[in-house]
Design a protein around this ligand. Structure first.
Ligand code: TTP
Length: 210
């Protein structure tokens, strides 16, 4: 753990997503602990995709913070959580678990622009809560029958919001992206690092090659 002058200062990533951990590490941040939060991810009736992503990130952070306090009431930790939602208009696409779901998502995304909302929420050691929401517009090419069949066979869609992963094979479906690539993968690095820095976390403490 490298957290500057305060050895007790810790970063906790409230996530089970290997992508989020890899992104955090890409930015030179090594969490001291992973604390996935098991929350109810059902969207509320008529909830807007942006509001839903924000609520989910907040609930994940709060639940992880609660779990942390249960084991260590004095924990001097920053708790970071994120949530990614893919939407077409007001419609929230599912995190595809079944091939039928992925198929339906990809047919909907084919040849059009959709929005990806990723919210990031940070709870600081003193309990202060801050968040950011990033909207990214992604345009997919027209997916041919062969594209669809091959992509579904790859299995890369499993567990991914909207039934695709831009960091994998589906990267070749993207005609245009306006917003944040890292947000689409699962953690907007610019916003996450800024949130942490703004709350006093030593974000560059481990950058030195020495
Ligand atoms: C759109 C898209 C999503 N995803 C992933 C990121 C998230 O893991 C997932 C969206 O689901 P989330 O509910 O945001 O995250 P998760 O349940 O996988 O992980 P956790 O809550 O423990 O942090 O979809 C990609 O990896 N690539 C993409 O291009």
């Amino acid at each position: 753990m490298t957290a500057g002058t305060s050895p007790a200062l810790r970063l906790v990533l409230a996530s089970a997503s290997p992508r989020r951990l890899a992104l955090l590490e890409q930015a030179g941040l090594q969490p001291a602990a992973l604390l996935p939060a098991d929350i109810d991810e059902t969207p509320q009736k008529a909830e807007k995709p942006r509001d839903y992503a924000r609520r989910m990130a907040r609930e994940k952070a709060r639940e992880a913070e609660r779990l942390l306090r249960e084991t260590d009431a004095q924990a001097n930790a920053y708790v970071l959580a994120a949530d990614t939602v893919v939407s077409v208009g007001r419609r929230i696409l599912p995190k595809a678990e079944l091939v039928e779901e992925a198929d339906a998502c990809l047919r909907l995304l084919s040849g059009r622009t959709h929005r990806v909302y990723t919210a990031v929420c940070l709870i600081s050691p003193r309990g202060g809560e801050r968040d950011r929401i990033v909207e990214t517009r992604v345009r997919f090419k027209n997916l041919a029958r062969e594209d669809l069949a091959a992509y579904l066979a790859s299995g890369e869609w499993r567990g991914k919001a909207g039934g695709y992963a831009i960091q994998g094979l589906a990267g070749s479906f993207v005609v245009k992206l306006v917003g944040s690539y890292t947000a689409v993968v699962g953690l907007p690095l610019y916003e996450a690092v800024n949130l942490l820095a703004g709350e006093g976390y030593p974000v560059r403490a481990s950058w030195s090659a020495a």
